[in-house]
Design a protein around this ligand. Structure first.
Ligand code: CTP
Length: 419
C-alpha cells in the first residue's frame, strides 16, 4: 500500500522513525512528509534513509509534478504522527500552508492522526473542539497515551508507542477500512464503564467564617479529576462535583462547582440517587464555624480588650460518605468508594487506621493514602492502598501518576459492577 506518513513538529517525531520502519518492513511504500518544524527534531536524511524515498516539506519543490495534489491523491492511507496542537488546528480548519496540509485536503483515503502534546494543550477546549471536528469528518484520531511527557510533567498527551500506532493502522492496511471504534484495543482504552453513571467528588471544601475568610484544606482535586478523566475515557457518564478546584475540567465530564461541605452534600446526595457508582475523593471538612459573620470580622472586635483573639466555635458537618451508605440501605446501589487521608499516629499505622475507617464508614472500597505537608496534596505522583469491604489483602498502587492510580481504582470498580 502507499502510505503517506506526515510528521508534525513535536519531540515525539523520533518515535515515528520506528513506525516508519514497521511500515517499510511490512512491504508498504512510505512517503514521509514532515512539516518544517518536524525537520528541526528529526532531519530529512533519517526519513529518506528509512523510507528509501525523497522527502519534501514545502510546495515549491518539484512543482512540475504538482506534488501538493498528487501525494494526497495517490495515497491509500495517511498517517499523521505526532499530530501537534498546531497541526490538528490547521487540519480542522482546512488550511493549506504547507505540503502536509495540502496533502490532507487532497487525500480521499482513510486518515489516522496520533496527537502528542502537553496535557494542558491536549485538554484545551480549542484542541478538543478541533479533534471533535476531525472525528466528525471521519478522521481516526487516536487517543494519546498517558505518562511521562517531555519535561518532569506527566499526564495524557504522550504519543503511543510505535507498535501501538502500527496496531491502530492495521484495520486500514489490509484493505478493509474500519471506523475508529473498530480499532485494536491496544490503542483505545477498554470501554468497560460504557453507560455506567459515575459521580465523583473532588477538591476540598471551604467553610466560611465571614465574607472573606474560610477554613479549608490542601486538597488540589488532582486525584478526583484524574478519576473523572479516566472514567469518561472508559465510557462512563461522569458528574464531577468539584469543591474549589482550579484545574481544567476533563473532556466529556459534567462539572458541578460547590464550596462548602453542606453544598457538597446537597449535590452528591442529589446525584447519587441515579448513580451506579459514587466516589468520594473530596477532602470534606469535618467541622464548620457555628456562625458565619455577615460582615468581615475585625481585628479589634472587643473594645474593652483590643488584643483579645476571637473564639470560633465549630459544629460537626454531616459525614456525607457514611450518609450515602446509610441511605442506600438494602438496595446495594450505588457502589460507594471512599478515600482515607491518613498520616498514621500513636494508635495505628496508615493501613490499620484505613481498615478501621472502612469498617466505620461501611463503603465498598476505601482508597487509603498517606498525607502530610509534602505528600499527596497537590503532587502528581501518589501511592495508595485499595481496601475491600469483604476483606482480602490491600492492593498497593504506586508511586505512580494520579491517572494510573485512577485506572487501578476504576479496575476494581469495574470488577465489582460485573460480579
Ligand atoms: N467524608 C465525608 N464527609 C465528611 C468527612 C469525610 O464524606 N464530613 C469522606 C471523604 O470524602 C472521604 C472519607 O470520608 O471519602 C474519609 O475522609 P477522612 O477525612 O479521611 O475521614 P474522616 O471521616 O473525616 O475521619 P478522620 O478525620 O477522623 O480521619
Amino acid at each position: 500500500m502507499r502510505i503517506v506518513l506526515g510528521v508534525g513538529g513535536g519531540i515525539a517525531a523520533y518515535k515515528v522513525a520506528s513506525l516508519l520502519r514497521l511500515f517499510a518492513e511490512a512491504g508498504h511504500t512510505v512517503t514521509v512528509v514532515p512539516t518544517a518544524a518536524a525537520l528541526r527534531f528529526v532531519g530529512a536524511p533519517t526519513w529518506e534513509a528509512l523510507s528509501g524515498q525523497p522527502v519534501q516539506t514545502d510546495v515549491w519543490t518539484d512543482v512540475h509534478r504538482v506534488q501538493h495534489v498528487r501525494i494526497g491523491q495517490e495515497a491509500d492511507l495517511v498517517v499523521i504522527a505526532p499530530a501537534t496542537a498546531d497541526l490538528l488546528a490547521r487540519a480542522a480548519h482546512g488550511l493549506a500552508d504547507d505540503l502536509l496540509t495540502n496533502t490532507l485536503l487532497t487525500a480521499r483515503c482513510p486518515v489516522v492522526m496520533a496527537p502528542a502534546m502537553h496535557t494542558e494543550m491536549w485538554e484545551h477546549p480549542a484542541t478538543q473542539a478541533n479533534v471533535a471536528t476531525l472525528r466528525e469528518r471521519g478522521v481516526d484520531v487516536v487517543d494519546p497515551a498517558s505518562g511521562r511527557l517531555t519535561g518532569k510533567d506527566t499526564g495524557p498527551g504522550r504519543l503511543p508507542e510505535p507498535a501501538e500506532l502500527y496496531a491502530a493502522c492495521l484495520p486500514y492496511l489490509d484493505g478493509t477500512p474500519q471506523p475508529a471504534h473498530g480499532r485494536d484495543a491496544a490503542t483505545q482504552p477498554a470501554q468497560d464503564l460504557a453507560g455506567v453513571r459515575v459521580v465523583i467528588s473532588a477538591g476540598g471544601t471551604r467553610e466560611p467564617l465571614d465574607p472573606v475568610r474560610f477554613l479549608g484544606n490542601r486538597s488540589s482535586g488532582k486525584q478526583g479529576y484524574a478519576l473523572a478523566a479516566v472514567a469518561a475515557r472508559r465510557g462512563a457518564s461522569v458528574r464531577l462535583i468539584s469543591a474549589n478546584v482550579t484545574l481544567r475540567p476533563p473532556p466529556e465530564v459534567e462539572v458541578v462547582p460547590v464550596g462548602s461541605a453542606l453544598e457538597l452534600k446537597h449535590s452528591v446526595d442529589g446525584a447519587a440517587a441515579s448513580a451506579d457508582v459514587v466516589i468520594m475523593a473530596a477532602a470534606v471538612a469535618d467541622f464548620r464555624p457555628a456562625e458565619v459573620a455577615d460582615a468581615k470580622i475585625k481585628k479589634t472586635h472587643d473594645p474593652a480588650d483590643p488584643d483579645a483573639a476571637p473564639v470560633i466555635t465549630l459544629v460537626r458537618n454531616p459525614d456525607i460518605l457514611a450518609g450515602l451508605v446509610q441511605d442506600r440501605g438494602e438496595r446495594g446501589t450505588p457502589l460507594i468508594v471512599g478515600f482515607a487521608a491518613e498520616t498514621g499516629d500513636a494508635t495505628g499505622s496508615v493501613l490499620e487506621l484505613g481498615r478501621q475507617k472502612l469498617a466505620r464508614k461501611g463503603c465498598d472500597l476505601l482508597v487509603v493514602n498517606e498525607v502530610g505537608v509534602d505528600k499527596t496534596f497537590g503532587q502528581d505522583d501518589n501511592t495508595v492502598h485499595i481496601l475491600e469491604r469483604d476483606g482480602g489483602d490491600a492492593i498497593t498502587v504506586g508511586p505512580a501518576p494520579k491517572e494510573e492510580i485512577a485506572a487501578a481504582i476504576l479496575d476494581r470498580v469495574a470488577w465489582h459492577l460485573t460480579t
